[in-house]
Design a protein around this ligand. Sequence first.
Ligand code: WQD
Length: 345
Amino acid sequence: SIKIVNKLKKILVTGGLGFIGSHTVVELQNEGFEVVIIDNLSNAEEKVLHGIEAITGQKPIFENLDLREKEAVRAFFKKYNDIAGVIHFAASKAVGESVENPLLYYENNINALVYILQELQSKPGADFIFSSSCTVYGQAEKMPITEDASIQLAASPYGNTKQIGEEIIRDVAKVSNINAILLRYFNPIGAHPSAEIGELPIGVPQNLVPFITQTGIGMRKELSVFGSDYPTPDGTCIRDYIHVVDLAKAHVVALKRLIDKKNETAVEVFNVGTGKGSSVLEVIRSFEKVSGQKLPYKLVERRDGDVIEAYADTQKANSVLGWKAQSTLDEAIESAWKWEKKIRS
Ligand code: WQD
């Protein structure tokens, strides 16, 4: 069966113990791929390995190394010379922190990418999937956002590293046998329905949904809604919140497309979202419906750097990849809430 064929394929998942990475490892294993994880545990915990194994019954190979160490990356690819494809999640991703500490972001997010690509370019035909972000669009003029929307001047060093990363991959793919797909994520939320893995924010969550669930569980006093005077129906920002399992599945579909060499052009780009926009207040209502409890929140001033509105046009991913998000906002919020209650119990 296809699962046996996939067995022959060893896939490297960098940042594989992280939020999106771990959910993608589960879906790869479900499809019969053998997974090797590289993670330096700077924003993840090793116990995530047990969560993955609890779901799939398979414990991925785990190499604790830092992709900023060029020699360590080289040694890894010597040791694992049968890597058929790479899904590259490992990166720093806090927008605010990137403004405070740009060089940490340029070193981590760019050097690591360069060192991996240097190893892949000498291989006969490596498949490479890059974790990009809707942040490259900045405030797009038109909603929903299509892949050919203009790339705005990055609003943060973090966003810039994603734009630069895309350009590096395009340049390298032109002169090597690297087959690449860029996936531009919208807002990943939720957790695996088993509640064995989920988001583990360190410190005070910057993102909306983990802050909501931590408020719901009593860890935070109340949610601050950053801005209620935006030009949107209810005055709060609109985003495209996608269930992390739907996002994970998009990576497996994209990988299969590369393995089957179905991607005509050197590098393909896909928006990965639900195609539906939800405001902050709508997310709060969803949580209240799902949890059955009122969420304490207050309306405060806008947060610097926030765009007013961003939600995906997903026609390309739907038609070319043959992938479509399945979960509703309520289902995603329900999985996030189940996970929060589990880890605080
Ligand atoms: C969503 C909305 C906030 C917290 C970020 C990165 C993006 C990607 C996803 C990496 C905004 C509002 C939030 C809070 C609030 N990450 N909010 N109170 O900013 O859309 O995207 O995460 O790729 O690159 O920029 O997500 O969850 O931080 O905010 O009102 O306590 O919720 O203002 O409107 P964002 P977010």
